[in-house]
Design a protein around this ligand. Structure first.
Ligand SMILES: Cc1cc2nc3c(=O)[nH]c(=O)nc-3n(C[C@H](O)[C@H](O)[C@H](O)COP(=O)(O)OP(=O)(O)OC[C@H]3O[C@@H](n4cnc5c(N)ncnc54)[C@H](O)[C@@H]3O)c2cc1C
Length: 328
């Protein structure tokens, strides 16, 4: 049970893979962690089938995140199903405020609030995510063996995504609203040009997603071979994602030119006592996945443990070393 009178060792913000992994490690270090987040499971939970998380050849993302949650609950980590709207530094640590105005105190903060995917804003886009609509070619390309798919975007991730998809799909359309690609790295552009099954459609935008209980086609605002309707099994929206920087800004965290929170290899930010993990950060470059987020959550919790061991008078884990405890 969450208790506003407790001074927690780690205020973990987010309910995605990075946060749950951090909570599990923190609990096993015998810290007192607490998790906050209005939306359970983060991106993994809405990602459809996951085929690249070790130990699970194929698992629904929601089910995988339920396993993360069950593991946190096994250690009796309190979970507050509310977002944090304010995070601030106090003399004796940190205070966070939930949407309902409740406040919680802690010695450290671990931020795992991820990124906001840019969307096309089309009807059915959210509903069919995981059913033909995807925001991650790295994740879902292998599911499109022999299929026809479309990629939307003209940046590096769109071009790389189209090249990757071309290795699985029979045909790939890349739909871009400008008249040529200017932003991708030259090597990625060369690979795109060499991929014979990838067709670039310039000066075009998707205006409608077609389907019944999932995607079966798209309508674009220009004609290709006499039709503006393309039959596709999947559409990959690769138009970028924005790290959620509201809380990092409140805490004065340093960001890089992509607005990612800058962390060192221990998940330390520039503010003592504040750690960050997962897609919010620059930790794993372009490879932003459930496995990397989980690993970074574990690393951030380990650094938080070190920090709390040094700084918290009330902390029960002083000088205990890294002896892990069995789950209750
Ligand atoms: C469609 C799709 C498919 C994917 N498929 C795969 C795949 O097959 N394999 C794979 O490895 N990866 C996949 N990914 C990527 C993977 O899901 C992410 O890399 C991973 O979820 C990142 O975890 P995270 O904890 O950093 O962030 P997230 O999972 O984004 O979690 C962030 C959490 O923070 C919460 N939050 C935001 N603001 C606040 C706030 N103010 N207070 C409290 N909580 C807040 C959010 O609600 C969310 O719960 C996919 C992603 C997408 C979008």
């Amino acid at each position: 049970m969450a208790d506003q009178n407790i001074h927690y060792d780690a205020l973990i913000i987010g309910q995605g893979a990075s946060s749950y992994a951090a909570a599990m490690y923190a609990a096993r270090y015998q810290m007192k962690p607490i998790i906050f987040g209005a939306i359970f499971g983060g991106e993994t939970a809405i990602g459809g089938t996951i085929e690249n998380y070790p130990g699970y050849p194929e698992i629904d993302g929601f089910e995988l995140m339920m396993k993360f949650r069950e593991q946190a609950e096994k250690y009796e980590t309190p979970i507050v199903d509310e977002n944090i709207v304010k995070a601030e530094k106090l003399d004796d640590g940190f205070m966070v405020t939930t949407e309902e105005g409740d406040t919680y105190h802690g010695t450290s903060i671990i931020l795992g609030v991820g990124r906001e995917r840019r969307t096309l804003g089309l009807e059915h886009e959210a509903e069919w995510t995981g059913r033909g609509v995807s925001y991650c070619a790295t994740c879902d390309a292998p599911m499109h063996r022999g299929n026809t798919v479309a990629v939307v975007g003209g940046g590096d991730s769109a071009v790389k995504g189209a090249v990757l998809l071309g290795k699985y799909a029979e045909k790939v359309y890349i739909v871009y609203r400008q008249d040529r690609f200017t932003r991708p790295e030259p090597i990625n552009l060369s690979q795109l040009e060499a991929a014979e099954n990838v067709v670039s459609i310039f000066n075009a935008q998707i205006v409608e997603l077609l389907g019944d209980d999932g995607l079966t086609g798209i309508i674009i605002d220009q004609e290709i071979d006499g039709s503006n309707q393309l039959t596709v099994d999947g559409v990959f929206i690769e138009i970028g994602a924005d790290p959620r920087v509201e809380l990092p800004n409140q805490l004065g965290l340093e960001l890089n030119d992509q607005n990612e929170v800058i962390v060192d290899k221990g998940g330390n930010t520039n503010v003592e006592g504040v750690f960050a993990a997962g897609d919010l950060t620059n930790a794993s470059g372009d490879l932003k996945q459930t496995i990397t987020a989980s690993a970074q959550g574990a690393i951030a919790a380990t650094s938080a443990y070190d920090y709390v061991s040094e700084h918290a008078d009330s902390c029960e884990i002083h000088a205990m070393g890294y002896t892990l405890v069995e789950a209750v």
